[in-house]
Design a protein around this ligand. Structure first.
Ligand SMILES: C[S@@+](CC[C@H](N)C(=O)[O-])C[C@H]1O[C@@H](n2cnc3c(N)ncnc32)[C@H](O)[C@@H]1O
Length: 228
């Protein structure tokens, strides 16, 4: 779903930057200078899934607890399981059997199944399964690639899961969300995530939006929330 020829652009929400600095850049419609978001970087194309993993990789260490909120085919679950080492723990959620089976198979193939709780449940009930503080949480929204496209993340559930995530996240901690405005319901979900991220406290959270310059084509977007 990611356009291979687009350049991602990163914006960081910063309470310390002045509006004068902010005004020297052209802001996308959803980010106005009054919100004090600044353009800090234009980077060459890297898939957003890889960018999300790179950012999570900066923060997690052996022994940490992490969550894959949308396990899908298990790629992020596998990445997290490899990162937390033998003493760490990963909780992976999905609502469909196909995803659960694909993830289990991938973990078994890599002999990492003992590090992961594979949970067939909706992500908004994560607090029923996890009481430990969590270092990193990954959301990759939308539908299962090559799967049933009618089984997609829903804005209401996503919002509830994000609120649960923020309560579990450690300091420092990192939450990544990849949203897909291009499919039915995806635009509303992506807009809701931006609104939700904007209301988080500047004191405790750094918010970054990474999205391709061709975002008018409703390309995928990555939001990175760092608790610091
Ligand atoms: C884009 S895929 C995730 C890809 C995955 N991260 C990977 O690495 O392969 C989105 C997944 O979200 C799942 N999903 C949809 N609604 C969900 C919910 N309420 N709770 C948990 N997972 C959900 C879908 O079943 C689908 O497998």
């Amino acid at each position: 779903m990611i356009n291979q020829h687009t350049l991602p652009v990163t914006f960081i929400k910063s309470a310390t930057e002045t509006n004068r600095q902010a005004n020297s850049f052209r802001f996308p419609l959803f980010l106005q200078p009054k919100h004090r978001f600044i353009l800090i970087l234009i980077m060459p194309y890297t898939p957003l899934t890889i960018l999300a993993q790179q950012r999570i990789n900066r923060i997690i260490k052996a022994g940490d607890t992490c969550i894959d909120a949308t396990m899908g085919n298990g790629h992020d679950t596998l990445f997290l399981a490899q990162s937390v080492g033998t003493t760490g723990r990963v909780y992976a959620f999905d609502i469909q059997n196909t995803a659960v089976e694909a993830t289990r198979a991938l973990l078994i193939h890599n002999q990492l199944q003992s590090r992961v709780n594979v949970i067939k449940a909706s992500h908004q009930v994560m607090q029923d399964y996890i009481t430990d503080p969590v270092k990193a949480i990954m959301f990759n929204l939308g539908y299962l690639p090559d799967g049933n496209k009618s089984i997609i993340t829903r804005t209401t559930n996503t919002l509830a899961a994000l609120n649960a995530s923020i309560k579990l996240l450690t300091t420092p901690g990192c939450l990544t969300i990849i949203a897909y405005p291009g499919h039915a319901g995806g635009e509303d979900e992506a807009a809701t995530i931006k609104d939700w991220a904007r209301q988080l406290s500047d004191i405790y959270f750094q918010i970054e939006y990474i999205y391709p310059q061709s975002s008018r084509n409703r390309a995928p977007e990555l939001t990175i929330i760092t608790r610091c």
